[in-house]
Design a binder for this molecule. Structure first.
Ligand SMILES: [Zn+2]
Length: 152
């Protein structure tokens, strides 16, 4: 064994944990704003299902229904479990091969119409297009004038 700079104190271990948590959050895209911010996507305005991860990052998941896990690429599959407070924690299943018939959730950003990306999977392209239409309707509702001009 060489000279490995392992943390020596509780504070150093805590700092290392914070660093690796932040790295995992970044890698998995669990970078949504937590409460008190709303669960709306900053890029398209659509509301997502926001969950906490075990490393304290927030992930904005696409609303249900869940999708067939085999149709979703590795590291894009999310599951939500029940925690003791009933809130539910989300976790990314990484490279784990899904069981036959398993379902999963996906991060909203994967099908966010506000983020430009080349979709290679038709299912995701279709979801992105559906979200584009939903976001456009949401936009139209938000820009309706409060007082319509008087007719005549
Ligand atoms: Zn979005």
């Amino acid at each position: 064994m060489g000279d490995v700079d392992l943390p020596q104190t509780d504070e150093e271990w805590a700092a290392l944990a914070r660093h690796t948590d932040a790295e995992q959050a970044h890698d998995e895209g669990a970078t949504a704003a937590g409460p008190p911010a709303g669960p709306d996507c900053p890029d398209c305005g659509l509301a997502g299902d926001r969950y906490l991860t075990h490393y304290n990052g927030w992930i904005l998941l696409e609303p249900l229904p869940a999708l067939p896990a085999h149709a979703i690429p590795p590291r894009q599959r999310w599951l939500v479990g029940n925690s003791t407070d009933g809130e539910g924690l989300a976790w990314n299943t990484g490279d784990e091969e899904p069981r036959p018939g398993a379902e999963c959730r996906i991060a909203h950003r994967l099908v966010c119409p506000g983020i430009r990306c080349g979709d290679v999977l038709p299912r995701l392209a279709a979801l992105r297009e559906r979200n584009r239409l939903r976001a456009a309707r949401l936009d139209a509702r938000r820009t309706l004038p409060g007082d319509l001009p008087e007719a005549g």
